[in-house]
Write a protein that binds this ligand. Structure first.
Ligand SMILES: [Zn+2]
Length: 484
């Protein structure tokens, strides 16, 4: 059967203050004592009135723009009423009937950047977060630090057909909000929370099947497991000719299963109506103009450019887009080199070093790209040396390894290792090679008996003797000729 998936994603916005009050919008609740970051507004005291933060609105609009949404000049907040201890006002302020951002779309790559897909966004609406319930010592405790912090809920159309599409879309979304400083979107910290709607149908022509919504998902691995499990659960039901009501399920990842939270029959009646404490939201011409002038960093477009204009492979792309700091560093290095190089060659040259030795160094040492043992000037010098064409790949590798190990300047390493010694010509190399063969007669004997791999020993000797001045391929040719 065909799988159909739609997503609802809550993104915690980065802003100085909470959505409707002056309390700090803390991103790391673990660093805070419970109930220390609260006021009459976010704890729902009678008579306290909400005032929308200008910065929260800006962040929500930026997200709408990044998602290619229609930004509505007129929009409105709605009151969603339900009773739960973590909801001090007895209702949440959200946007149901006239959200600010509607009808968007997001494109992203699949299958290691070979295929593309676009999914549609129904809306991306603002709402305030609830407090946090903590169940401990046989008690239910409430921490209001989170209450009233700003969220945008992104509702997608049911455009996803595979788990991979869901995961790749969410990765792109995470990059979008991080690259534009809208949210840190750390799933483990609850800054990006995903609900997945899943249904099955026999063919594209059939109407959508009954759907189940899976909640409490907080990692990419869990999303994958939750979808696979729910698909199997529904398939088993259809096989038995059983039907089920539209329902909301919680995911218990430790047990590898989901449980029924509520079905359509006992769905909550939220009694939505326009929020009377908030005026209708009208965006000024100035706000719209400022938004229009804002340049967004869209990871999909960056990847497309890397792939199509510069011919980067998936390793280069992965290394450059997994972290905004790495991408910024890369752009900064190439822009400092630009004056003296062919752009595409230079970009590849820099991407290659970042994808391999630098990325590996960061991983091994648990460091970020801004903690490299050298600053950008020696690195630019390294690429200048690489570009000049006097050094072979093997020498460049040695220089970069040494730079990462010691933080030394490339010019000093070149001098130390005699890499700037005058080039040796082929006659001279052949002389050296003959000497090596004479000195290692027993190994030559092994070669003649068929152990041809010992040629690498000779090549290594010649590299050493010529201070790395020989291309291994040329060295191989010389030895093959001499050993015939
Ligand atoms: Zn407050």
């Amino acid at each position: 059967m065909l799988l159909t998936i739609g997503l609802e994603i809550h993104i915690k916005l980065k802003s100085a203050n909470k959505m409707f009050c002056q309390c700090k919008n803390e991103q790391n609740f673990d660093a805070l004592l419970p109930n220390t970051n609260i006021c009459p507004v976010c704890t729902g005291q009678p008579g306290a009135l909400p005032t929308l933060s200008e910065e929260v609105l800006q962040q929500a609009l930026l997200l709408g723009k990044a998602l290619n949404c229609k930004i509505n000049e007129f929009s409105q907040f709605d009151r969603k009423s339900y009773f739960y201890p973590d909801l001090p006002m007895g209702y949440q302020i959200t946007q149901l009937y006239h959200p600010t951002n509607t009808q968007g779309s997001v494109s992203f790559f699949l299958d290691n950047y070979t295929n593309e897909k676009t999914i549609h966004i129904q809306d991306a609406h603002m709402e305030n977060d609830t407090a946090k319930m903590i169940h401990d010592w046989g008690q239910a405790l409430i921490d209001f630090n989170r209450a009233g912090t700003p969220l945008v809920e992104i509702v997608t159309m049911p455009d996803f057909k595979t788990t991979e599409e869901v995961v790749e879309f969410l990765k792109e979304l995470q990059r979008i909000v991080r690259f534009n400083n809208i949210s840190d979107a750390d799933m483990e910290k609850g800054q990006m929370r995903v609900d997945v709607n899943i249904s099955l149908r026999k063919s594209e022509k059939d109407p959508f099947g009954t759907r189940a919504e899976i909640k409490n998902i907080n990692s990419f691995g869990m999303i994958k497991r939750a979808i696979e499990h729910e698909q199997a659960r529904q398939e088993a039901l259809y096989e038995k000719w059983e039907t089920f009501a539209q329902q909301t399920r919680g995911r218990d990842d430790a047990k590898g299963e989901s449980y029924l939270m509520r079905s359509k029959e006992d769905a909550l009646d939220y009694r939505y109506f326009p929020e009377p404490d908030m005026p209708q939201l009208r965006l000024s011409d100035e706000t719209l103009q400022r938004l229009n002038d804002q340049v967004m960093s869209i990871p999909h477009n960056i990847i497309k450019r890397f792939k199509e204009e510069y011919g980067f492979n998936k390793e280069y792309i992965n290394a450059l887009i997994s972290d905004k700091a790495v991408l910024d560093y890369f752009i900064s290095v190439v822009s400092h080199c630009e004056k003296w190089n062919d752009e595409a060659i230079l970009w590849k040259l820099v991407a290659k070093r970042i994808a391999w030795p630098i990325a590996a160094w960061m991983k091994e040492n648990f460091k970020t790209i801004n903690e490299l043992p050298f600053n950008q000037t020696p690195l630019t010098e390294f690429f200048r040396a690489a570009q000049a064409g006097n050094l072979i790949e093997n020498q460049l590798k040695i220089i970069m390894d040494e730079m990462l190990k010691t933080g030394k300047n490339p010019q000093d390493i070149i001098k130390e290792k005699w890499f700037d010694a005058p080039a040796v010509d082929n006659n001279e190399l052949e002389g050296m090679a003959k000497q090596i063969l004479e000195d290692n007669a027993s190994i030559v004997e092994q070669y003649k008996w068929g152990k041809v791999t010992v040629i690498w020993f000779f090549i290594g000797q010649l590299m050493k003797k010529s201070a790395g001045k020989v291309n291994p391929k040329i060295a191989q040719e010389i030895f093959e000729k001499l050993l015939k």
